[in-house]
Design a protein around this ligand. Structure first.
Ligand code: ZN
Length: 283
């Protein structure tokens, strides 16, 4: 199989969930096998490039931020998730702010845009995957991750919260482009009302609203349409985030079953580092 990029350029615009400011991104075809890169045009200087990889992770609080030097791009996980879900290896992303637009809080709009830009194989550039190498478990606090061999790529993720309207949820899926688009991409980000009040006080989530997040109040679950897209939408969104954070390894995966629970961006990134060391490169 060959590496994949897109054929055409395409732009998306909207507000960033944390900054609350309008942001524009443009997906551009990438000829070189250099992975996913964010490109920021700075005034009076040449464009600044940040490679989406584990070495460049800056923070993992309320989203995954990557950066080089003083330049940081926040909340990159939903775009990376769309790239991983669609099997895109190389992509240049021009961005005019420090955070991509949140859009509807899922990766559905990114996925649609990338498909519209015509994903193509790059003849002559062989694609390498990471595949099962050694069975291992990784635990950090309440979070757990386990791997075992599998024919294909399969994920199982558990999310639980003591809130009476949430409880325990699980999603289990064989991951490929079709299942990603149908089962994972539409799952939206969510937050608990009391948490959101704290975030706002800390100057975060300034762009958050029912247009881009599900809000869980004491007595009800609030969404823009009045209903959830899936009964287990929270578990699905947590898997969307994990898939995005694992793309920071620079690879897609095959022949591995990854089971995880109580995940967060910090533990996802720590697991990604470990996974990169314990898997083997294959075509
Ligand atoms: Zn997310």
């Amino acid at each position: 199989m060959y590496r994949k990029t897109i054929s055409d350029k395409i732009s998306l615009e909207g507000i960033g969930i944390h900054t609350g400011k309008v942001s524009k991104i443009t997906f551009l075809p990438a000829q070189e096998p250099l992975g996913i890169r964010f490109i920021k045009q700075k005034k009076y200087s040449k464009p600044f490039i940040i490679n989406a990889n584990l070495e460049n992770v800056k923070t993992t609080a309320r989203g995954t931020s990557i950066g080089e030097g003083t330049l940081v791009i926040n909340t990159v996980e939903h775009i990376l998730s769309a790239c991983a879900g669609l099997g895109i290896d190389d992509l240049d992303i021009k961005i005019n702010s420090c955070e991509p637009p949140v859009l509807d809080g899922s990766s559905a709009e990114f996925t649609k845009a990338l498909l519209k830009a015509n994903i193509k194989e790059k003849k002559g550039q062989t694609k390498f995957f990471l595949k099962f190498g050694k069975q291992f478990e990784f635990n950090e606090g309440k979070s757990f991750y386990k791997t075992k061999p599998h024919h294909g790529l399969r994920f199982k993720l558990k999310f639980a919260n003591k809130h009476k309207l949430v409880g325990s949820q699980t999603i289990e899926v064989n991951l490929n482009s079709e299942s990603y688009q149908k089962e994972i991409a539409p799952a939206r980000t969510f937050g608990f009302k009391n948490e959101i009040d704290c975030l706002l006080k800390a100057g975060l989530a300034l762009g958050g609203s029912l247009n881009n997040a599900i809000i869980i109040d004491d007595e009800q679950i609030l969404t823009s349409s009045g209903k959830l897209r899936f009964d287990n939408e929270f578990a699905r969104h947590k898997l969307l985030d994990l898939i995005g954070d694992l793309k920071l390894t620079g690879f897609d995966f095959k022949d591995i079953f990854i089971e995880a629970g109580y995940t967060g961006h910090k533990t996802n990134v720590d697991f990604a580092k470990l996974l990169k060391r314990k898997t083997v490169k294959t075509i």
